[in-house]
Design a protein around this ligand. Structure first.
Ligand code: SAM
Length: 294
């Protein structure tokens, strides 16, 4: 942070570009032992969580990111299983310490969610300073929080999941282990047949290499490797990409009508995601497509 009168938070995630936000109120700052954590208030984005200098989430637009992480995969898997409200669905979340992803996952009444987060302080401090993110999700009896390295968990667990969601930091610090071929292979190992892996895959305009590397790994492991996109203003640089990897190629091809039926069945009200976006989000512009050919 700098400036005598106005304090600024400088996000220095990418080489050669910097994003600065005013710190209108600093709420918390500490080194958790794993990463440098800052929570502050900004007049445009609301409360903002940053780890190791990289913005993780902001109150103003977190719903775009968290709805898009959770709902496409869960709805598609429910459609494939023709599951009813009595059938349970096992969801794994790796990372996601702010609780926003868990909140959206638990909006599906039939899920049981296991969240593996490496840093308990992120959960504690997000609950305190960003309570709207988890909105009580960590206290839901359908949710279990495991404080552990997600890479190790997927390598060792005997449990199997319908959907695995990787809500990770970028591939620096503890998050680096969540972008390797070995990690993706282990994620596949703990998916049920036809289950789906969803990943936070950065902003292609600034992190094209990461997208290409994830795609190369998905391609060797899954019958249907894909990416879908959404714009999240906090993540500077245009579209944000989400990885999608499964052996069930039908999952991302459900019609809007099928997805809408599933949305209506649980009365899911969303601020960004809808049945038409389910299909549209998988349509990639040519510059992103070309990264997948590399
Ligand atoms: N939306 C965010 C983004 O775009 O970067 C991600 C938010 S969430 C706060 C990321 C979480 O991943 C953090 O709480 C961090 O502690 C966790 N994390 C990083 N590496 C991890 C690992 N190896 N295992 C489990 N959780 C990890």
């Amino acid at each position: 942070m700098n400036g005598a009168k106005m304090a600024w938070f400088d996000e220095t995630l990418h080489d050669g570009i910097r994003q600065s936000l005013t710190v209108d109120r600093l709420l918390h700052r500490e080194h958790t032992g794993l990463q440098e954590l800052t929570i502050f208030e900004n007049r445009l984005f609301g409360r903002v969580l940053a780890l190791d200098g990289a913005i993780q989430t902001a109150e103003a637009d977190e719903y775009v990111y968290h709805e898009m992480l959770a709902h496409p995969a869960i709805l598609a898997r429910k459609a494939a299983l023709c599951s009813g409200p009595q059938d349970s669905l096992d969801i794994l979340i790796v990372g996601g310490g702010d609780g926003g992803c868990l909140r959206e996952v638990l909006r599906h009444p039939e899920v049981r969610a296991t969240q593996v987060e490496i840093d308990a302080r992120v959960v504690e401090l997000a609950k305190l300073h960003l309570p709207a993110l988890s909105a009580g999700a960590f206290d839901d009896p359908r949710a279990e929080l495991v404080v552990a390295d997600g890479a190790r968990f997927v390598a060792e667990t005997e449990r199997r999941f319908d959907v695995a969601i990787v809500d990770s930091t970028d591939p620096v610090g503890p998050g680096a282990a969540l972008f390797t071929g070995e990690f993706y292979r282990n994620c596949k190992r703990c998916l049920k047949d036809g289950g789906v892996l969803v990943t936070q895959n950065g902003v292609p305009a600034l992190q094209g290499g990461e997208l290409a590397a994830s795609h190369a790994a998905f391609r060797t492991l899954f019958a249907d490797p894909a990416f879908y996109v959404a714009p999240v203003p906090t993540y500077n640089g245009g579209f944000m990409a989400f990885g999608w990897a499964t052996d069930d190629p039908g999952l991302r091809r459900w019609s809007g009508a099928t997805i809408r039926d599933r949305i209506d069945a649980i009365g899911l009200e969303t601020r960004y995601f809808n049945a038409e976006i389910f299909s549209a989000a998988f349509v990639l512009p040519n510059d992103i497509r070309s990264l997948l050919r590399a």
